[in-house]
Design a protein around this ligand. Structure first.
Ligand code: GLN
Length: 492
């Protein structure tokens, strides 16, 4: 029974709870046991089993009174970038190692209001900077998948690596992540799960530790498109405490599913055919186009001419905003303090001891590109490119309804690989960053396996606030792909 409970999709668990087939306590106990059984993945920074059981009992009581919400009794995992009231929130950084927020992020508050249950806080790259979950003070999170079911441990992708690993390993029915340049979609692709970044402004950023404020968005990771739709519905909404959150009604995303893609115009951007793209990814992409056509969609060749500038521009804009956002960690207000008699020295020692190598690199780059004399040459140029990238998408969406691309240029790589080459690491984001720069909704769906037996994702990008079409198209890909493979040793 307990093993079977971790096999359900989030939607199936919701329906089972509604029918009284099992209680939230039973469902939650099964997942707590699964979390404990999968500690070798290092997917969690903090486990919260007592809180989970208390939330589960409260959910069962609500259900008894006929007051169950949209996600009532569903155990999920939360990236350790979301502030959780009374539960340590580290951003995977030594500088916040013992930070216990006195408030709850808006997105998690929305989820708890819908009745969800928190299993714990997941591992990630420090301050969400990374593509492999290697930059965490807690050590790397591990992908439950192995090459041909064996071989060296692989990265789960980043920065929401712990969330993706937890969902793939079936220790949580869903998880939330954040995506600044690909941090939900790339780990979803590496771990064989669905991950969605909604439109910038769809979910509140309030209470999420800031990385690059003009790019950061919350989003769900789950084992089906429907599960992502359910979660997004509970997460989204206007929040007066985030001035960039948008005041428009939250549609019933689940109701948008099942409509099929007949007549949908699917854009295939020529510029995403990058050099050195592995043939198996090229092939999967072509397969995706055929799947859509087979269900009545129309494939349209499009051009997004500024695509090749997206990655370099992102790696100016994101570090610039990060260097400013991270100025608050100075040892004075909260977090780590390395004492000194001299104030400046205290700042220096605190930041030197508190930040890891990638965060330091970004703060240095960001400070440089914002400094007098270089601002115009780098930051301003990057902002102009960002405008051109967004204009490319606007023009394309005159002709098509969604855009189909691969999610990442490779399958998961081994722990430790690419660590001596930051640029190689940054190239992971080549297909995800453009949508981030333009603030567009996008989703990764597991669509096939690499020659080495690892999951590969396909990526759909949509018009602003048209998550419904993105989800509907994603479901078409999901159905055609019929991805049922799973990591060795997980379930069954
Ligand atoms: N990998 C990208 C980076 O390191 C994206 C991170 C993210 O989306 N948070 O910046």
């Amino acid at each position: 029974m307990t093993a079977a409970l971790t096999e359900l999709t989030l939607g199936q668990a919701r329906d089972g709870l509604a029918k009284g087939e099992f209680s939230s306590r039973e469902l939650t106990e099964a997942h707590i046991a699964a979390v404990e059984g999968a500690r070798d993945l290092n997917a969690f920074i903090t486990e919260t089993p007592e809180r989970a059981l208390a939330m589960a009992d409260a959910s069962d009581a609500r259900r008894g009174n006929g007051e169950a919400g949209a996600m009532d009794g569903i155990p999920i995992a939360v990236k350790d970038l979301y502030c959780t009231d009374g539960v340590r929130t580290t951003a995977a950084s030594r500088i916040l190692e013992s930070f216990v927020p006195p408030y709850e992020s808006s997105v998690t508050a929305n989820l708890w209001r819908a009745g969800a249950v928190m299993l714990g806080k997941t591992n990630m790259d420090e301050f969400a900077m990374g593509s492999a979950n290697m930059f965490s003070f807690k050590g790397p999170a591990i992908n439950p998948w192995r090459r041909d079911g064996d071989g060296p441990p692989l990265v789960p992708g980043g920065s929401s690596g712990g969330s993706a690993a937890a969902v793939a390993a079936r220790v949580a029915l869903g998880a939330i992540g954040t995506d600044t340049g690909g941090s939900i979609r790339q780990p979803a692709s590496f771990c064989g799960v669905v991950g969605m970044k909604p439109t910038y402004g769809r979910c509140s950023r309030w209470g999420i530790v800031a990385f690059a404020s003009s790019l950061d968005q919350a989003g769900p990771l789950a084992r089906s498109v429907r599960d992502c739709a359910i979660m997004l519905g509970a997460m989204a909404g206007h929040d007066p405490r985030d001035s960039t959150s948008v005041d428009r009604p939250v549609p019933d995303y689940e109701a948008a599913l099942g409509g099929g893609v007949k007549g949908l115009r699917v854009g295939i951007p020529a510029e995403y055919r990058v050099d050195d793209m592995p043939e198996e990814i090229e092939r999967l992409w072509a397969q995706g186009v055929e799947w859509m056509k087979g269900q009545g969609a129309e494939a349209v060749d499009i051009s997004l001419p500024h695509t090749r500038y997206a990655l370099p521009a992102y790696y100016i804009v994101a570090p610039a905003e990060a260097s400013s956002n991270l100025a608050r960690y100075d040892g004075v207000k909260y977090g780590l303090r390395v004492p000194s008699d001299d104030l400046t020295e205290m700042y220096q020692k605190t930041r030197a001891a508190g930040f890891g190598p990638e965060v330091k690199r970004r703060v240095l780059i960001g400070t440089y590109v914002l400094s007098a004399g270089y601002y115009d040459a780098y930051y301003l140029k990057a902002q102009k490119l960002r405008t051109l990238i967004a204009a490319d998408f606007r023009a394309a969406f005159q002709r098509v309804d969604v855009i189909l691309t691969p999610t990442a240029p490779s399958a998961a790589f081994a722990v430790g690989e690419k660590m001596d080459d930051p640029i190689a690491m940054y190239l992971n984001d080549v297909f995800t960053v453009p949508a981030s720069m333009a603030g567009l909704p996008a989703i990764s769906i597991p669509a096939g396996l690499s020659a080495e037996g690892l999951p590969l994702g396909l990526h759909l990008i949509g018009r602003p606030f048209d998550e419904e079409t993105v989800l509907r198209a994603a479901q078409a890909v999901e159905e055609a792909a019929g991805f049922t493979a799973r990591p060795e040793g997980v379930g069954r």
